[in-house]
Design a protein. Sequence first.
Length: 196
Amino acid sequence: MVSEVSNPIRDGQWYVVQVLSNKEQAAKRYIDRYIADNELEDYIFEVLMPTETVSEVKQGKKSQRQRKLYPGYIFIHCRLYDEDGVVNQKVWYYINGADGVIGFAGGKKPAALKTSEIERILNQVAEAEGKEVPKVQYEVGEEVKITDGPFLNLNGRIDEIDPDRGKLKISVSIFGRFTPVELEYWQVERITEENN
């Protein structure tokens, strides 16, 4: 019994496509929307725009937004070449003609991503799913100002960072004594000249 070997020509490969700044979502939507209309379901399998959820606090209100992990790029899983290594013109022109697309990374003869490269990107997407990361990354020993909760407007020093839970342990000076307080990332902000 012969086991079936994966054929990258038949199964497709991942390619990097460069897009105009802030047009990643529009390019993804365009390609996704018109695949069936252009009878390309057998050639274009998936369009990926990796993002993560970022939280920030502005004027005391917590907000979330999606941040692109690879600004200016989308990743397309497709059959770009035929069995003879010739570019499929229909796929080529369809993707290059999509709204906001500059072109395939690599020019007229784009190289597919290596398996290890796309696996790293897909793992990054899986890890970011359902997680919220702060817009600002903090460091142990950094001074911060508390912007929410019972210690509002007090300054403190970061003693520990727990990125999995999105928590910080901060030493706050209360009546001349340092007291450890656990806060979420969004409840503090970096001390700058204007909020000092």
